[in-house]
Design a protein around this ligand. Structure first.
Ligand code: ZN
Length: 462
């Protein structure tokens, strides 16, 4: 385990060492292996598939599995009955399973009620779903809130079905039970929280769902070994109903949430995409945009829209948390989205590793960002006399750090935080933070006295 103590006393940069010690390739391979393990499990918004998946993640971090009883009212919604499935098929007269749940769990319309009857192909057709324009792929379809049953199959499979009688069998149950979600919290030096949320309800789909679930778990593990300023809360919730349920049960702690991210679609090789929070200019928005701008990669920034993942709930007008959505290629923008082609070949260890590194950079900025006060604000202090230049390495680094020190000194008036200074100067946050450390050690900077106590409080301190 990586143990890093960034503390108020030493002012050590928090994430620098984590970012130095992790190997993105190795992290990517670990994340990919987890995706492989989770891939075969049939998940849904409730049921044993979710529990099995959370148990796999619990091998990495000791997350809590929360069970919320069916019919619990959650804002305008109600926790649905629990769905479980054991087997399903369409069998022809020769006794062959022409559509088989054991080959792909996408074959069953998710949340199908049980069925066990003989019917003609004509009777069966209204219950069959295909993608004619992608004839080899199975679509992913659900019917959570309307009792129905159906099968999803490749158009090619459907084209091969001959007229005749078929045995249609779905061995599922839909009964009062529970909605299950995972939660893991790391206590930081303050109770102010960063919320990391991902959905955990899709069955065998890799990019949309599994990539976010495993990256969240690896992030949690890496942060667990640190002594962060913020507390971190990770939730693995079924899409929509899960985040609504979590919000309804946790209204009291919402004021503690200072920043948040929904994670999804982090394993495809596409460029990074950040969807801003509803607020649009929250610290998390400015942070992610700054990190991506200095990532050396192409990226997209999207404004908030009330469509997409669980940011819709976190950013509903009565909640309005500063929560954005971090993705590579967004939902609906890649052809494999919500089909059987969102499989183990769409996600790569490299893409997963890169996504994790960018997220750790975001966390680093959140951890280290704050306003400072220049203790020698009347004209520039004499830096050479304080030995600041000698600490630095190559000529290029030196020039950049000297420049960063001038920016930090000039704008550390208690009004601007380090991220403001990084954005305004065009200098990466990393250099701004490094310059800040040097200036603090030289006694030229301190925290403003009026800087809020909550973010300064450390355990045991009155
Ligand atoms: Zn989806």
């Amino acid at each position: 385990m990586v143990v890093i103590a960034g503390s108020r006393e030493t002012g050590d940069p928090f994430m620098t060492d984590v970012l130095k010690v992790i190997d993105p390739n190795a992290e990517g391979e670990i994340a990919y292996a987890l995706v492989e393990r989770l891939y075969p499990i049939c998940r849904s918004i409730t049921g044993n598939g979710v529990r099995r998946s959370l148990r796999v993640l619990r091998e990495i971090i000791p997350l809590a599995m929360r069970e919320v009883i069916s019919n619990t009212p959650v804002f305008d919604w109600t926790v649905p009955d629990e769905w479980n499935i054991r087997d399903a098929y369409i069998m022809n007269e020769a006794g062959e399973r022409v559509v088989d749940f054991r080959k792909s769990n996408l074959h069953v319309l998710n949340y199908s009620v049980p069925v066990n009857r003989m019917m003609s192909l004509a009777e069966l057709r209204p219950h069959l779903f295909t993608i004619p324009e992608a004839p080899r792929w199975i679509p992913y379809r659900t019917s959570y809130y309307q009792k129905d049953w159906g099968f999803c199959l490749a158009q090619q499979q459907l084209d091969r079905l001959k007229d005749g009688e078929y045995h249609v069998y779905i061995d599922s149950t839909l009964h009062p039970g529970h909605l299950t979600y995972g939660e893991f919290r790391i206590q930081g030096q303050t109770d102010d929280e960063v919320l990391i949320s991902c959905h955990s309800c899709h069955p065998s789909l890799c990019n949309d769902n599994l990539s976010g679930m495993v990256i969240a778990a690896r992030m949690a593990l890496l942060l667990q070994g640190t002594s962060p300023r913020y507390s971190y809360r990770f939730v693995w919730v079924p899409g929509t109903i899960g985040s609504i349920t979590w919000l309804a049960l946790n209204e009291a702690i919402l004021p503690q949430i200072k920043h948040g991210l929904v994670l999804s679609c982090l394993g495809d090789p596409g460029k990074f995409t950040y969807k801003r929070s509803r607020r649009g200019d929250a610290e998390i928005d400015r942070t992610v945009e700054h990190v991506l701008a200095h990532s050396g990669n192409e990226f997209n920034i999207l404004d908030f829209a009330p469509y997409g993942y669980d940011e819709r709930q976190y950013c509903s007008p009565g909640i309005n948390l500063p929560v954005g959505c971090f993705m590579r290629t967004p939902n609906g923008c890649y052809p494999e989205y919500h089909t059987s082609a969102d499989d183990l070949s769409l996600v790569t260890p490299t893409a997963l590793g890169e996504s994790l590194v960018q997220l750790l950079r975001v966390i680093r900025v959140l951890e280290e960002n704050r306003p400072y006060l220049n203790l020698n604000p009347t004209c520039e202090p004499q830096l050479g006399r304080r030995g600041l230049y000698r600490q630095m390495g190559g000529a290029k680094d030196r020039a950049m750090l000297e420049m960063a020190m001038l920016w930090v000194l000039n704008f550390s008036d208690g009004e601007h935080d380090l991220l403001d200074i990084a954005v305004r100067s065009g200098i990466p946050f990393e250099q701004i933070s490094q310059a800040t450390q040097s200036l603090r050690e030289a006694g030229l900077l301190d925290w403003p006295e009026n800087y809020t106590t909550e973010t300064q409080r450390i355990p045991g301190e009155k």
